[in-house]
Design a protein around this ligand. Structure first.
Ligand SMILES: Cc1ncc(COP(=O)(O)O)c(C=O)c1O
Length: 401
């Protein structure tokens, strides 16, 4: 049975400080030091001149975006708002890559006017970009987002190497080369995104190798030398008890020869990985308060003022095939060490639905009203990936500490 971890602090904040700062309401706390350490670890393990882009979809909280982007070379954005967030964080437009299968005309107009790179996902989008470029008298900066015809396993979410709404099909590519002759389309590079949340070093290496092979196989058709070669990311984090963290040293050693190959062939190109959860996921803790404790049909329930409306992923309702517990923590309001009693709990949220479950069959000491429950791995796909309006409770605040 999984255990609730007892914690007394988040970073240097004590139980009382957490309560005071959060106004006794559910909140997300992101630890600056952990994010900086993670980026440093990547720099140490990966080839020296590898460029890193932050995927804002993981967490678009402004203070966090600024902290991350200050240390990286680029951003992957998927909406007008994310694009503006990345620009406001100080990134030059040429370092921003705008991907997504349903970019609206107004988003394309803004991106072209700003000089942001657009990861093209269909022939129709490419045609529209040429028109917009012509209308504005400035070429649209284009990266080709490719959906390779290779089967890649190992990622828990696949966005390439499978039938998906993402990217250009390989059979569209001859048409793409013809259209790139248009003076209002500027070929900037290639974007390949094969999947997310991969904890296998081998699977990451295979995907990267397949991506490098594909880029090399297309190189003869490039209308000009590419400025950006973005190989995606997919680095996963250990959410669940049986997960093992990636061996970053091994990932880096596997990647080095592939990076060298690209660098030799395309010396002028920036070689990018784009990462979201790996940079910020483990730096976050979600906090909510124990409002009630009750026993129902012999099962002990801890009822909190948090829930799936704040942190959908932790409830298992954001695409998980089998529901598993995120790391659950108890921030006790008083010393609990000498009770000796261990109990088994269901930890639930405030919503009127049984799927609002934050922890299933967890063992821990006596839990009391006034304690706080924490959930780890809350730095990515937390608040912004949750149905905040559901049942009209207050939205959780976010703090960077
Ligand atoms: C195109 C693209 N880039 C980057 C990401 C970020 O993934 P992660 O947060 O797992 O690094 C995703 C995730 O869906 C994506 O679709």
């Amino acid at each position: 049975m999984e255990q609730i971890e007892i914690r007394h602090r988040i970073g240097s904040l004590t139980w009382q400080q957490i309560r005071d700062i959060s106004n006794c309401e559910p909140a997300f706390f992101y630890e600056r030091e952990k994010i900086v350490e993670r980026i440093d670890a990547l720099r140490r393990s990966m080839p020296g001149d590898l460029k890193l882009a932050y995927s804002l979809k993981a967490n678009p909280f402004s203070a966090l975006v600024s902290l991350v982007i200050d240390q990286l070379e680029g951003a992957d954005v998927t909406s007008y708002s994310e694009m503006i967030e990345a620009l406001n964080a100080g990134l030059p437009p040429a370092k921003i890559m705008f991907a997504g299968p349903a970019k609206k005309p107004m988003e394309l107009h803004a991106a072209v006017a700003l000089g942001v790179g657009l990861c093209v996902e269909s022939i129709r989008e490419l045609a529209l970009l040429a028109e917009i470029g012509r209308e504005k008298g400035t070429p649209a900066r284009v990266l080709l987002r490719l959906n390779p015809e290779i089967s890649l396993t190992g990622a828990s979410m696949r966005m390439g190497g499978a039938p998906t709404q993402f990217g250009l099909n390989m059979e569209d590519i001859p048409e793409v080369w013809k259209r790139l002759a248009d003076p209002y389309l500027e070929f900037c590079g290639i974007h390949i995104y094969w999947g997310s949340q991969c904890l296998s070093e081998v699977a990451i290496q295979e995907a990267q190798e397949a991506s490098v092979d594909l880029i090399e196989s297309l190189a003869a058709h490039f209308p000009n030398p590419p400025e950006i070669l973005n190989l995606g990311g997919g680095f996963g984090i250990p959410y669940f008890a049986k997960d093992t963290a990636l061996d970053l040293g091994l990932v880096g050693r596997n990647f080095a020869p592939l990076h060298d190959r690209l660098e030799r062939r395309f010396p002028q190109a920036g070689i990018f990985l784009e990462l979201g959860r790996y940079l910020v996921g483990e730096a976050g803790t979600y906090i909510c308060n124990v409002i009630d404790t009750k026993t129902s049909h012999g099962v002990d329930f801890i009822v909190t003022d948090g829930g799936m409306h704040h942190f959908l992923a932790a409830s298992g309702n954001l695409g998980q095939k089998i529901r598993r517990n995120y790391p659950l923590q108890l921030f006790p309001s008083s010393d609990r060490s000498d009770t000796g009693a261990e109990r088994t709990y269901e930890v639930v949220g405030a919503l009127c639905t049984p799927i609002d479950l934050l922890g299933h069959r967890l063992s821990g000491p006596i839990i009391e009203v006034g304690d706080m429950i924490g959930i780890g791995c809350a730095g990515a796909y937390g608040k912004s990936a949750s149905p905040l309006g559901f049942l009209s409770h207050p939205h959780p605040r976010e703090f960077i500490i």
